[in-house]
Design a protein around this ligand. Structure first.
Ligand code: SF4
Length: 254
């Protein structure tokens, strides 16, 4: 059993995650090309908290000053937020979990029923799978990793959050990113990917390359909840994780 197979077995996915012939180009090659294009070797110096724009939501008094919040202010604001209809259907808001200055940021869509009950993102079976994905790339929940969602409340019956709900909640995520200052963002699922990249498109069309979020490289991949329903996509997700690791490594040596 080679090293990659050992890692996949650590994910409890081996031998399911078999690489396909038409898989995306070699992760290291893609990463080197994209990181050159993005000139991310200069990004770390450029990423200052206030360089990341914050959406303005003048229709909501609660959200207008988010761009200047520190962590205690942000936590309080999210805890007490009632800016959109989602709040009426959830038990509590869930801001995120992990190191508040982390190199790695993983962004999902919204809380599910278990996240809503426990007040932490990515718990339950999807959380177990995400933990295994982190382990496979030598990461650990809470250590140099921050986990959050685009919207901080549970979506009714797990439906996709509506555009107005996303736009209401987005300033919180933008402020989180400004405070965390990650070196790389992994967007989990189509909602997180299209929201952060401000573009339309299927997840399939967005994954397999390094995008740019205001100077921070961003990798789009499948949400672990989707992977539980569609395990045939785990091989693609593994490719994306390899691309993320290669991108981070290329930043470390530049
Ligand atoms: Fe506030 Fe976001 Fe919850 Fe809507 S989803 S109530 S904007 S925290």
């Amino acid at each position: 059993m080679n090293r990659e197979e050992l890692i996949l077995r650590e994910l409890h996915l081996y031998p399911l995650w078999k690489r396909r012939e038409q898989a995306v180009p070699d992760a290291v090659t893609v990463a080197a090309k994209k990181t050159t294009m993005l000139k991310i070797e200069n990004a770390e110096n450029k990423i200052q908290e206030n360089e990341i724009p914050v959406s303005k939501t003048p229709e909501s008094k609660n959200l207008t000053d988010i761009h200047s919040f520190d962590w205690p202010q942000l936590k309080s604001a999210v805890k007490n937020c009632t800016a959109c209809a989602l709040r009426a259907g959830c038990t509590q808001t869930v801001l995120g979990v992990g190191a508040e200055r982390a190199d790695w940021l993983f962004v999902g869509e919204a809380s599910g029923i278990e996240e809503d009950a426990q007040g932490e993102p990515f718990v339950g079976q999807a959380g177990v799978l995400l933990n295994n994905m982190l382990t496979a790339i030598k990461l650990k929940r809470g250590t140099n990793v921050y986990l959050t969602n685009v919207v901080k409340c549970r979506s009714f019956e797990n439906r996709t959050p509506a555009p107005d709900e996303i736009s209401q909640c987005l300033p919180y995520l933008e402020r989180q990113i400004a405070l965390i200052r990650p070196k790389l963002i992994v967007a989990l699922g189509q909602v997180a990917s299209t929201t952060l990249l401000v573009r339309e498109g299927s997840l399939a069309s967005l994954r397999g390359e390094v995008h740019d979020y205001h100077g921070i490289p961003l990798i789009a991949t499948y949400h672990p909840a989707h992977l539980l329903r569609a395990p045939q996509n785990k091989a693609h997700a593994w490719q994306d994780l390899r691309l993320a690791v290669a991108t981070m490594q290329s930043r470390a040596v530049s």
